[in-house]
Write a protein that binds this ligand. Structure first.
Ligand code: C2E
Ligand code: CA
Ligand code: CA
Length: 708
């Protein structure tokens, strides 16, 4: 029998270097000597040569797999007692049972948490130590007693036929809280917690040991103390035979700490620490299981990928603490909503946070895809109620992508990817909505990734230009200025700003693009001024809400105006209502500074946004632009009272009004009946390239000169 050395030797058998190398490092750092083998055959050779104290092995390997290796090792004399820890995972649940069948001592599931594994190995080493010491002192009663009483493990000797306790060491007596006399009245099974499911298999194993069918058995179970409290143990049971006597030796390790540690590691590995929801790893495991079950039963599994719109604004403007608080609040709201009785296809625990502002919802036994759509719109409606974070009301909207298995795939990775594509599609359609995946979206999704990549290069490649759409005074039909609109030509084709601006807003790229627009528009206006156009001519520049989180926005605008010697009065800044969704104070403050500088401020797309009119009073606005969607409705003759109301409101607040997107004579006729100041639209002027805009301006100058 091999003596246990102070530095234990661990044999790692795995063909996968991405697991083997970190594992080797973790065990070496824990003070163990590590021997490695790259396949099952080499593993067996190393076992014979190095006589390791423990073997940690993978299952899927070339030449000889983990099961075969186990069998071969167990067939040798020394190999009967060496603990073998199997790393199971991708092979599914049956691999665990199979590991035991082939003689593994314990298993650990992938993905491997190296801390947990090292801890597991330590426990196995301790049990092995006691086991070896006991074995080597058989027959030497004196040292046996010493080993027994020094051991922290609980050791019992059982009558091999009745399982009655014949003797026990100090640790067993103390931990269980019985006196020795009391303890000897029990049979081993009577010390187990009656609700523990492992009692019967343990008794079966004792019988098998006695018949010689088994030489060693490992188990985990729960024991009950005299005072009724219960604790988890790992048991190592074997038959001890000598000339005069046969008994069953049980070594039990109290694994309370190990369980706590493993639970804690599990919590860390599988749960999001902020919201306490399952994380992506756990969700994917559950998803996989749900998909397997659904395949067998022929049912449908649904998956909702939920992304918060504009969460980045909260983080960028109110700080991460507020962002965290918002996430927790929303997580609670989501799980509260999901508990509703009409969502019977939702099971508790199937809501996860994927990180950032992404949540995932798994739905099993889905009868009808329509139910998922109802759920999605229910969640959107429920979260539209403002929540108060740091005394500030924040409205959050969601974009949700929906996929259904088996229609959209049966592999979790593919389904996740497709839900992501559907979610982006929902975002592209103006956020706050859901979208069911369809094949055509996938193409879009791929194209989108390529687009994002090219967009990052577009500035350097000088692929952007500005076009200019004229604005006119309604009563005089005079041109009063232009709106600068960005254009991107990619591979010779125009990409709409409606597509690439939202993409640029997903990163701080919009800051750079926005600065380019400001600089270009100012430099152009200066050139026109030098060419003699009307000094009152204004240029409107669109500012994305995201640009307000650029801390240097104000300084940049001021410096650019100065650089090009453009009077601030000639610049209009167009903002949208989303700018006031999150950090009203900071945005309002920046706008006040810009206003003091001399720029005028226009509220773009008015009427499409968040309809809280309160902020209109507090921000330094000059102009309201009625959104094109209202103008479009004039032709249909539907609810024109909205336009009249907006105009009345603007008149009351002393704001100028621009009707935008006027493209038909009917629209113009209706607009003319209202107190609308300016007009912008295809009817009187489409966006034009700089040379066309210049020609247009110069023709006006010439017209005026001609008239003189
Ligand atoms: P927007 O600021 O509301 O700009 C008006 C859009 O309506 C422009 O589309 C313009 O071409 C279009 N339009 C104007 N009159 C008519 C009309 O009579 N009929 C029709 N069908 N359309 C009309 P465009 O240039 O495609 O820009 C779309 C949006 O992209 C803009 O909406 C704005 O939100 C954004 N955008 C454009 N340029 C910039 C920019 O430089 N910076 C930022 N942040 N956003 C920009
Ligand atoms: Ca605009
Ligand atoms: Ca607009």
């Amino acid at each position: 029998m091999r003596e246990l050395t102070s530095t234990p030797t661990i044999l790692i058998v795995d063909d996968d270097t991405t697991i083997r190398i970190p594992l080797e490092r973790a065990l070496s750092n824990a003070g163990m000597k590590v021997v490695v083998a790259r396949d099952g055959a080499e593993g067996f050779a190393q076992f014979l040569q190095c006589r390791p104290d423990i073997i940690v092995t993978d299952i899927q390997m070339p030449f000889k797999n983990g099961y075969e290796l186990c069998l071969e090792i167990r067939a040798t004399e020394e190999g009967q007692i060496v603990p073998i820890l199997m790393m199971t995972g991708s092979e599914g649940f049956e691999s665990v049972e199979k590991s035991y069948e082939f003689g593994a001592t314990d298993f650990i599931t992938k993905p491997i948490n190296y801390q947990v594994l090292v801890n597991r190995v330590r426990y196995m080493l301790r049990a092995r130590q006691t086991f070896l010491e006991l074995k080597s002192s058989q027959g030497q009663l004196e040292s046996l007693g010493r080993v027994l009483d020094n051991s922290a493990s609980e050791i019992f000797f059982l009558d091999s036929s009745s399982s009655a306790i014949r003797s026990a060491n100090k640790a067993a007596v103390e931990n269980l809280g019985y006196s020795e006399e009391q303890l000897y009245r029990y049979k081993l099974p009577e010390l187990f917690d009656p609700s523990s499911a492992d009692i019967v298999p343990i008794m079966d194993a004792c019988a098998a040991l006695q018949n010689g069918k088994l030489s060693y058995y490992r188990c985990t179970t729960r024991m009950r103390r005299a005072n009724g409290s219960v604790y988890p143990v790992e048991g190592h049971i074997y038959l001890s035979k000598n000339t005069s006597d046969t008994s069953i030796v049980c070594i039990f390790e109290d694994i309370t700490h190990r369980e706590k540690y493993e639970n804690r590691m599990r919590q860390l590995a599988y749960y999001d620490s902020l919201t306490n929801l399952p994380n992506r790893a756990l969700f994917v495991e559950r998803f996989q299981l749900a998909l397997e079950t659904a395949k067998l039963s022929g049912s449908k599994v649904g998956f909702l990928f939920v992304d918060l719109d504009n969460f980045k604004y909260v983080n960028d403007t109110l700080g991460h603490k507020a962002g965290d608080e918002l996430l927790v609040t929303l997580a609670n709201k989501l799980s509260h909503c999901l508990q509703h009785k009409s969502y019977s296809f939702y099971t508790d625990g199937n809501l996860a946070r994927f990180g950032g502002d992404e949540f995932a919802i798994l739905l099993t036994d889905v009868k009808d895809v329509e139910d998922l759509k109802l759920l999605a719109s229910g969640l959107i409606a429920a979260l539209a109620e403002p929540c108060v974070i740091y005394e500030r009301e924040i409205i959050t909207t969601l974009s949700i992508g929906i996929v259904v298995a088996p229609e959209h795939g049966s592999d979790p990775d593919i389904l996740l990817q497709r839900a992501d594509v559907a979610m982006y599609e929902a975002k592209k359609r103006g956020k706050s909505g859901y979208r069911l995946y369809s094949e055509s979206l996938y193409i879009d999704g791929l194209a989108r990734l390529e687009l994002a990549r090219d967009l990052h290069l577009a500035l350097n490649k000088q692929e952007f230009v500005l076009v200019y759409q004229p604005k006119f005074e309604v009563c005089s039909k005079r041109i009063i200025g232009f709106e600068a609109l960005i254009r991107w030509t990619r591979h010779g084709q125009a990409v709409s700003p409606m597509v690439f601006i939202p993409l640029a807003e997903e990163s701080n790229l919009i800051w750079e693009i926005g600065r380019w627009v400001i600089n270009e528009a100012c430099s152009q206006l200066r050139e026109w001024h030098l060419q003699g156009v009307d000094k009152c001519l204004t240029v409107a520049i669109n500012l994305s809400t995201k640009q307000f989180s650029d801390p240097e926005l104000y300084e940049f605008i001021a410096a650019t105006l100065e650089k090009h010697k453009v009077p601030p009065e000639n610049i209009q800044l167009e903002i949208t209502e989303t700018a006031f969704m999150v950090n009203v104070e900071a945005v309002t403050e920046t706008l006040h500074r810009l206003k003091r500088l001399g720029c005028s401020i226009a509220l773009d797309d008015f009427g499409t946004g968040y309809s809280s009119l309160g902020y209109l009073v507090n921000i330094p606005l000059d102009i309201l632009k009625i959104d094109k969607s209202f103008i479009d409705k004039i032709d249909v003759g539907s609810n024109n009272s909205i336009i009249s109301t907006i105009v009345a409101l603007a008149n009351n607040l002393d704001l100028k009004i621009v009707a935008e997107g006027v493209s038909t004579a009917e629209q113009l006729a209706f607009i003319s009946t209202l107190n609308v100041d300016y007009l912008q639209g295809y009817l009187w002027g489409k966006p034009m390239s700089e040379p066309d805009a210049r020609k247009f301006l110069l023709s006006i100058i010439n017209e005026t000169i001609d008239k003189k």
